[in-house]
Design a protein around this ligand. Structure first.
Ligand code: C5P
Length: 404
């Protein structure tokens, strides 16, 4: 049996795990699993099928998770508090343990006839099943066919183990031990995919001085850049965040370089060694040619400001030597895909992430499409935290492929 390690304790910290329970004698082990997940710092919400409640009470799971347990799909009270869509959006990982043969059959065929199947169908995060059933049911051709469909849909399988079963049979179909399930959950987050990589991220707006008290700027909140910094740290990277002014807390274990203007940001970027450079900052395209030394007094009816182009920080870094893997962001109000792909080429990037400028700025969630030479991936609307983790996973995967 595996034991709980510091890895599980750190990687599950603040992760949102939705634990689904189906009916089966192994449901009692889910109580211990819930306790271990909470002990490892995870936030746990429990969904139980009717069958599960025959084996273990919602009260037990509520006491262990510290949260009300969800059981009904069509309960108006429960739907108002946290309905199936909210639960699905909330989760970073869904683990169904134990997963019964009946549940797997319904899931394989896209049913949403109870709360647990509905949440699984609406999921935006990885889904893992820990099957538990009699060995003959596990070996049955129908279960095997359903399993094929579930695997094809990208659903993860934790176990089952071989051994003596509650019914006296011996064979495959035992639920993995709670500690083993804990480690497998932790492994979903412990990508370590950027271990030892130096990641430099620009974030937030820049401010271009007009005079000592006024500036030109934009609505960037910095949320996406900060979320990417946190996700890169989670993935083991050594992260430097070069940020224009924002109100956001600095992610832990992240080196912050605060800057104000585009020229400051460029200078800060040029002195940072990077293996991966992610430009999320909404850099002002122009700055005031000659900022006034003193406050400009109002007198004339009209005032003209001469503006000059700011250097393109990302394009500059993309031509530096040694050249990091370069990722840009393109916020556009129209022709999103075309403009983003054009920037991928004109700035000489390895990847560009396109988002809709009308809905992104300041929001906590976003939907984006990543483009790279010869490929693209759509990310459905989701929280910037979740999106950042998935973008970092994609960036780490693509940055392993030799680039120019
Ligand atoms: O050209 P555009 O501003 O749309 O390009 C957006 C991308 O380029 C973003 O990744 C942004 O951070 C970066 N950029 C930059 N320096 C500029 C302008 C944009 O790094 N002066």
């Amino acid at each position: 049996m595996m034991t709980s390690t510091p890895t599980a304790l750190t990687t599950l910290q603040n992760k949102r795990v939705l634990l689904g329970l189906c009916g089966g004698i192994a449901a009692y082990k889910a109580a211990e699993l819930c306790r271990l997940l909470v002990g490892a710092g995870a936030q746990v919400q429990v969904v139980m099928t009717k069958g599960a409640q025959e084996f273990i009470t919602p009260l037990t799971m509520q006491a262990l998770s510290g949260q009300a347990v969800h059981t009904e799909l069509l309960d108006p009270g429960a739907e108002a508090a946290m309905g199936h869509i909210q639960l699905a959006r909330w989760a970073d990982l869904i683990l169904v343990a134990p997963a019964s043969a009946n549940f797997m059959a319904r899931l394989a065929h896209g049913e949403a006839s109870d709360l647990l199947t509905a949440v699984c169908l609406a999921r935006r995060c990885p889904l893992a099943l820990a099957p538990a059933m009699n060995q003959a049911m596990w070996s049955n051709a129908s279960t095997a066919a359903n399993l094929g469909l579930l695997k094809a849909a990208g659903i993860l399988l934790f176990g089952p183990a071989n051994g003596v079963q509650a019914c006296g049979d011996v064979g495959p179909g035992r639920l993995l031990e709670p500690n083993e399930l804990l480690q497998l959950c932790a492994a979903q987050f412990a990508t370590g995919s950027l271990a030892g990589q130096r990641v430099v991220i620009t974030a937030g707006p820049t401010r271009e001085a007009i005079d000592p008290v006024r500036y030109l700027s934009n609505h960037s909140s910095g949320k996406m850049g900060y979320a990417l910094a946190a996700a890169a740290i989670e993935a083991g990277a050594d992260v430097t965040l070069i940020s224009g002014p924002t109100d956001l807390p600095v992610p832990e274990r992240c080196k912050l370089v605060p800057v104000i203007s585009a020229l400051d940001m460029l200078a800060a970027c040029q002195v940072q060694a990077a293996d991966i450079f992610i430009a999320v900052a909404a850099v002002a395209d122009y700055r005031v040619a000659l900022p006034a030394a003193g406050k400009i007094k109002k007198s004339a009816e009209e005032l003209s400001l001469a503006l000059v182009r700011n250097p393109d920080i990302l394009a500059t870094i993309a031509t530096s030597t040694p050249r990091p893997f370069c990722v840009g962001f393109a916020a556009e109000t129209d022709n999103l895909a075309d403009y983003a792909k054009a920037k991928l080429h004109s700035k000489g990037l390895d990847m560009i992430v396109a988002n809709d400028a009308t809905s992104t700025f300041g929001n906590d969630s976003a939907s984006v499409t990543a483009y790279w030479p010869g490929g693209e991936q759509l990310f459905e609307p989701q929280s910037k935290t979740q999106l950042a983790r998935r973008l970092i996973a994609l960036i780490s995967q693509r940055s392993l492929i030799p680039h120019v």
